[in-house]
Design a protein around this ligand. Sequence first.
Ligand code: RTP
Ligand code: MG
Length: 141
Amino acid sequence: MALERTLSIIKPDAVAKNVVGQILSRFEGAGLKVVATKMAQLSRAEAEKFYGVHAQRPFFKDLVDFMVSGPVVVSVLEGEGAIAKNRDLMGATDPKKAEKGTIRADFADSIDANAVHGSDAVETAKVEIAFFFPEANIYSR
Ligand code: RTP
Ligand code: MG
């Protein structure tokens, strides 16, 4: 397995529920290192650009509305197979379908308010990380 980086966003619902620490703990417990992190309030323009790949989808407006509804915690996670590992920890997009013990099964309420985002591939991870963090602000260990 390769050493990878992935972008994680703890979404507004999970920040509002006060489970930021519990979610970051799950990443650490699975061997992922937090090598950059910050809290941010996304603007509409930022949320639209970040999720630009979904611009033509019927759920796009709801997704953007939700992502700007409160602050988020954005992190870069580093580790062996970090992209797939993070997606395993997150569980399925729809929390009703997410496996027991996953972040979405435990903390998410709906397919819109689904607690976390995680990059889905090496290339998207690169783009998403650069969207939020200059290389100088990533503290690889
Ligand atoms: P994410 O990008 O947020 O990590 O989630 P994902 O890969 O599991 O799902 P994706 O297909 O990339 O969709 C992005 C976000 O859009 C919302 N969504 N709603 N109503 C729907 O059918 C629907 N499908 C997707 C979800 O909030 C999803 O996280
Ligand atoms: Mg996605």
